[in-house]
Design a protein. Sequence first.
Length: 481
Amino acid sequence: MKILFAVWEIDPFFKFGGLGDVARAFPAALKDLGVDIRITIPFYKAVKLGRNRKKLLCRLRVEYAGRKEKVEIYEVAHPLNNVPVYFLKNKKYLDIVSAADTFAFFDKAVVDIVKNNSLDFQPDIIQCNDHHTGMIPLLVKENKLNIKTIMTIHNLAYQGFNSKEVLDKLGIEHTKSRLIRWEIKRRQINFLMEGIIHADAVTTVSPTYAQEIMTEEFGMGLEELLRGKEGRIFGILNGISADTRYKYHGKLNTCEFVQRKSEFKNNFGEHLKFFLEKKRKNKLLLQRKLGLRATSKLPLSCFIGRLDPAQKGLDILHKMIRKVIDSEDNQFVILGSGNIDWQKRFEWLYKFYPKYISCNFKFDEGLAHEIYEASDFILIPSKFEPCGLIQMLGMYFGTIPIAHRTGGLADSIKTYYNGFLFDRYSSVALRNTYERAVEIWKKDRKKFEEMVVNALNTDFSWDLRAKEYRELYEKLISGSI
């Protein structure tokens, strides 16, 4: 079984978000199952190879916009898992990300490479990820290749609109593209929609999200189209590989928390004292570092993520914090960047309560690591969340999630077992759930510690997800889907 995994980002070479982590960890888990998987990505100027050696495999000409463009293919072994990564280099279109042409050209190059058998690797399936690779399924059909395609939706909100003239550049007749009425008027093509229509199967990053996107509330205008693909849409929860991601504090110091988790395996209950003491010490260290009141007697809660008001629930989070922080019986840490107006609103709270809230408006994976290790609770009030990784990372470090029941949050958190879920999207529901969680933290330590053990024991490894995907691949290749 041979899989080509097409993606626009991958950790550690070029990473912008959670998809970069998925591209690093998921193929490695498939490789461990015996799947022959390779990754392909543009060779941007911003790519950082470090000391990893690149090998020039071949050169070819890709026709785009009426001209034949030179593409060089370099192979690099991924430094963490040895999965082959194919970097496609073209100065005109792939050096710098341009919404107009970069991903259309990349998709064309990927299909041309397979069509011309330019590599010593002919995939059975091309797995496409988000709108950046959305034209691959249509191009595979246009070239009549005997290859199956999967379109994986990581977030339906980002659909990748482009001028319909890109079809001319790709050499595709406009009648072959399913332009919907309002897109014809805007002279635009929707890359993600094209990928969904023409792929042999569609996957999402959680079972609940697979159902949600077929509704008007979460379908982002594509719900009718998605309902038409019912039976070919599969929800498979993402995983994490925190032991790799957070193995070290800095370059030389091994993270003791991660090391002990590896040693203890699933016997965390027997070693709970170690984790609780480690959490207490880390909490005091973080409080001092961020200028908070240093005490183990106050619950410390965190929010880590993009400051995106359309998705991340900033409105109900801000209102909830504003209501409970007056008592000075709670502490909060905010880490993330994004919307400037919301940064100012949270900063206003910090100015009044500098000992009880810390605002850090930046992307800092090292600080995120410290926060996961130190916090009692992690707040995830998202309006929608296709999968979410932060609840998994939080539980990996024994931090209890308090989250809105949606998407992957609903699939990974069980109330009173390893976290808390609230149903109605409102600051009142968030506050009531938060206060209930804090009450347990303060007055029922036995129950809280039981939840910590359950969180530590919850298996979010990629091994289980890779097995589900392998089964899907087998069905797709055999024609049973």
